[in-house]
Ligand binder design. Structure first.
Ligand code: HEM
Length: 516
């Protein structure tokens, strides 16, 4: 009898403990009601809905929200102040990434975007920060400018392929920066292969594609036939290694006089153990090409969509550019400082459709206090950029596309709402903030000026239905960008056509240096 009683007590305690899983602990910020075991897991949306769900929660529960996923905690930060206090000011405690079993399987923990904070990562980040410093980024503008002349030339000669041209352009700049080797043509099999490989790798990372292996670790041990992620990760891993091997050995083979410019040349100065070289080199090279290709393409495609949807903004930007640049030469980066409306246009595109609407998750490695709440050690921290950019408290009519807001105040916010604002939320925060932000900005500015100066963009259409589009024609991928669309692109004048032709010819010498 006492044995039965003891068993009942033990079972009761066990059940009580079990029922506590998923419950919101004391001190956590508010959030949606939880249920035992799951917490809020059953409320978690798919990747496409995530920014909207997180925005809904932030409106309901406030600038800092906690979400329980089983026993783990996610903290969603949705105000400039919360991001500043929790992530920017506590950089040492938010500089890691949450466990990501699939990224580990596909990239051995060496993919910088997903890698945890380790001494080796810090070393690598130092090299990257130096390589992409504002001064060094400016030094790469001539290559960006030369590549942009090919983009203009392609849009002139085969405008129907504008999406592929934009992708070639951003990818080629990223390839030169990383490996010193360019992508000369739209039909290059390397380009097709790269984007397919990238899509496969990033797709693995999308929430909901595979079961939550970090939350339910026992799933990791399922046999292969029930674990399709294993083959997908293996494939990505070997593809990335082969990609790197191909371009790194090409870079190696080049004569030493040419070396010293690309990232792969500068990384070799790192003090790494020989066995680490291969992995660090492979995944960093791939990650940099990926980071330089996809988000930049996302911006340029959004630009084309916006120009085609808002002819009045297109016209105003054109007039402003012509007033400064004239019609006898292409715009240069130095012109940008005199173009406040073009600057406002870029900022509004980024605000309304950021390529990373909920950033890339950080990990809290210590308890952090914010107001009356605790962000507990081990919590995943989300920089909810989309919610910040679409907050009616911060922006007047946030759903309206209105570049003028950035002409009225520095950050386009309502009066008094910009105290904690910074103009690079788009690039994340804290110690993981995007190191490519200066390179990316130069690309955005130069490309926007040149495209508007050279071309008129007609109405955008859905390629399947022929229907006109709106600003909601976006794909829910890891990097958010417009779905493929059609758009009429016409050179503005014969003179500009000739100038583009000439600029492309003049750039060839520089571009050929990167063709091997
Ligand atoms: C429009 C263009 C771009 C956007 C919107 C963008 C955005 C971001 C964001 C949101 C992050 C995560 C930051 C965080 O964890 O808080 C990130 C990380 C990163 N970005 Fe960018 N990026 C862009 C272009 C680039 C370029 C051109 C490069 C370099 C070639 C680059 C290299 C990286 C790297 C290496 C990381 C990982 C940093 C780390 O985890 O420590 N990005 N980027």
């Amino acid at each position: 009898m006492p044995v039965t009683l003891l068993s009942a007590v033990i079972l009761g305690c066990f059940l009580l403990l079990l029922l506590r899983i998923g419950r919101r602990e004391r001190g956590l910020p508010p959030g949606p009601p939880t249920v035992p075991l799951l917490g809020n897991l059953h409320l978690m949306p798919n990747a496409a809905e995530m920014p909207f769900k997180f925005m809904e929660w932030s409106r309901k529960y406030g600038e800092i929200v906690s979400v329980k996923i089983g026993s783990s905690t996610m903290i969603i930060l949705s105000s400039p102040r919360a991001i500043k206090e929790v992530v920017d000011k506590q950089g040492w405690a938010t500089s890691s990434r949450p466990a990501n079993y699939l990224a580990g399987l596909a990239a051995g923990g060496y993919h910088i975007l997903f890698a945890r904070d380790t001494p080796q990562l810090r070393k690598l980040k130092n090299v990257i920060a130096r390589f992409f410093s504002p001064t060094n980024s400016l030094g790469r503008v001539p290559v960006q400018a030369a590549e942009s002349t090919q983009l203009l030339h392609e849009l002139m000669t085969q405008p129907e392929d504008f999406i592929a041209s934009i992708r070639r352009y951003t990818h080629s700049v990223a390839m030169i920066t990383t490996y010193g080797q360019r992508v000369p043509s739209l039909t290059s099999p390397q380009m097709q292969g790269f984007y397919q490989m990238l899509h496969r790798f990033l797709h693995i990372q999308l929430p909901g594609v595979y079961p939550p292996l970090d939350l339910v670790p026992v799933l990791k041990y399922l046999p292969n036939r029930w674990a399709p992620w294993r083959a997908a990760c293996r494939r990505s891993k070997s593809e990335m290694a082969a990609f790197h091997l191909r371009f790194a050995s090409a870079a190696e083979a080049r004569c030493s006089a040419e070396r010293g410019e690309s990232f792969m040349d500068s990384i070799s100065g790192m003090d790494l153990a020989p066995e680490e070289y291969d992995d660090v080199f492979s995944y960093t090279g791939f990650a940099l090409v990926e980071a330089g290709s996809d988000p930049n393409s996302a911006f340029v495609l959004s630009l084309v969509l916006v120009l085609s949807l808002y002819p009045e903004h297109q016209e105003r930007a054109r007039r402003e550019i012509e007033a400064v640049v004239g019609t006898a030469r292409l715009p240069e980066l130095a012109d940008f400082g005199c173009l406040p409306f073009v600057d406002a246009l870029i900022r509004e595109i980024i605000r309304i459709r950021p390529p990373f609407p909920i950033g890339v998750p950080h990990l809290a490695t210590e308890d952090i206090r914010y107001k009356d709440y605790i962000v507990p050690e081990g919590a995943t921290v989300i920089l909810n950029t989309y919610s910040v950019f679409h907050s009616p408290e911060i922006f007047e009519e946030p759903e309206a596309f209105n570049p003028d807001r950035f002409l009225k105040s520095e950050h386009g916010t309502r009066p008094g709402m910009d105290a904690d604002f910074r103009d690079n939320f788009l690039f994340g925060g804290g110690r993981r903030i995007c190191p490519g932000q200066y390179t990316a900005r130069a690309m955005m500015q130069l490309t926007t000026m040149r495209l508007i100066w050279a071309f008129g963009f007609g109405p955008a259409k859905n390629p399947k239905t022929g229907q006109p589009l709106g600003l909601d024609f976006y794909a829910p991928e890891f990097v958010v960008m417009p779905c493929p669309f059609q758009c009429a692109i016409e050179p503005r004048t014969i003179e500009r056509r000739k100038l583009v032709e000439q600029a492309f010819n003049d750039s060839r010498l520089l571009l050929q240096r990167y063709e091997h």
